[in-house]
Design a protein. Structure first.
Length: 287
C-alpha cells in the first residue's frame, strides 16, 4: 500500500490542503498539538500512520485509497484483554496465540503488528510510555484461524474434528501414514522427516510437525519453528508427478503469504547436519 502525506493526498483527491485537514479533523482522525498534527485512535483505524523526515520531523500519512467518508467507531475494536474476556483466557495467553499465528511480534516490552496481523484486522498503537500494543477489528472475535488455534491449544476440540475439506492433502496423508517414531516421540512419514525432526530435537530447536498453516487454503507444513516463524519442507518424492504438483501448490502458497521457508531435498539427507546448519544460519538461527 502506498502512503501519502495529507497535502499529497489532498492533491490526489482534488482538495486544497487546508480543506482536507479540516475534513480529517472533523472526522476526529487528527488533532492539533503544539503546532503539529497528531493522529487519533480513530485516525489510525482509518489507516493513518506516522512517518519521520530528518528535516521536518514526524508527519501524518494516509493510504492512497483512503475513504474519507468511512465511519470509524473505535468502540468496536478489541485489545488482548477484551479478546481474552470473550474466550475466557488471560491477555497473556491471547498474545501468545496471536504470536503463534505470526500476527504480532514481541518488541520493546510490548507487541508490534506484522503484515499478516494487518491483513487480519490489526492496528499498531503506542502507549504514552512508548510501549507498542495492538488493537483489532471486531471480526477478530470470530476469526477462524484464531478460534482454531485456541480450540486446539485449550483442548476444546480434537484435531481430527476440525480437519475437514482437506481434499488432495487428506488423500496424501491417508496414502502415506505416519509410522516412524522420532527421538522426541513424533510419528513421521519418512526417514528424511525422521532425521530432520531428530536434528531439531538434538539441537534444542523448538519445532512442530505437520502443523496446519493458518491460511484460508488447506495446507499442512512438514515442520514449523515457532520462535522464528520459519516453515521447513522436505521434498522426498519428486519422481512422482502428482507429488511434484502438490509441491508446486505448496510453494505457491508459501510465496503468496510471504512465509519464511527452508527447503530440504532428498539429496540433502546424506549431509543433513551441514545443510540444515547452513540454511538455518541464513535465517538467523545458529546451531
Amino acid at each position: 500500500m502506498k502512503y501519502l502525506s495529507t497535502s499529497a493526498l489532498a492533491r490526489k483527491l482534488g482538495f486544497e490542503s487546508a480543506e482536507l485537514f479540516a475534513i480529517l479533523k472533523e472526522n476526529g482522525w487528527i488533532y492539533r498539538k503544539e503546532g503539529q498534527w497528531q493522529l487519533t485512535k480513530e485516525g489510525r483505524l482509518a489507516g493513518g500512520n506516522v512517518e519521520y523526515n530528518p528535516k521536518y520531523g514526524e508527519y501524518v500519512v494516509w493510504p492512497s485509497n483512503l475513504d474519507i467518508d468511512a465511519d470509524i467507531d473505535s468502540s468496536n475494536t478489541h485489545n488482548a484483554t477484551t479478546i481474552g474476556e470473550f474466550y475466557s483466557l488471560s491477555s497473556r495467553k491471547i498474545n501468545l496465540y496471536l504470536s503463534e499465528l505470526g500476527w504480532i511480534e514481541k518488541n520493546a516490552g510490548g507487541w508490534t503488528i506484522t503484515k499478516l496481523g494487518k491483513k487480519n484486522g490489526g492496528h499498531q498503537f503506542e502507549a504514552q510510555n512508548g510501549t507498542p500494543y495492538c488493537i483489532w477489528n471486531e471480526s477478530i472475535l470470530i476469526n477462524p484461524h484464531l478460534k482454531r488455534s485456541i480450540e486446539i491449544g485449550e483442548g476444546i476440540v480434537e484435531t481430527e474434528e476440525i480437519d475437514t475439506n482437506l481434499g488432495e492433502e487428506k488423500d496424501f496423508r491417508e496414502k502415506y501414514p505416519a509410522k516412524k517414531r522420532t527421538s522426541d516421540g513424533h510419528l513421521v512419514r519418512s526417514r528424511g522427516e525422521l532425521l530432520i525432526d531428530n536434528f531439531f530435537y538434538q539441537n534444542g530447536i523448538v519445532h512442530a510437525y505437520e502443523k496446519k498453516v493458518n491460511i484460508d487454503e488447506p495446507m499442512y507444513c512438514d515442520f514449523y519453528l515457532p520462535q522464528n516463524k520459519i516453515y521447513v519442507e522436505f521434498w522426498g518424492m519428486e519422481d512422482d508427478p502428482s507429488y511434484r504438483q502438490r509441491k508446486q501448490k505448496k510453494l505457491d502458497l508459501y510465496s503468496k503469504y510471504n512465509f519464511e521457508l527452508i527447503e530440504i531435498n532428498s539429496a540433502d539427507i546424506d549431509n543433513l547436519d551441514e545443510v540444515l546448519e547452513t540454511k538455518l544460519r541464513k535465517k538467523g538461527i545458529t546451531v
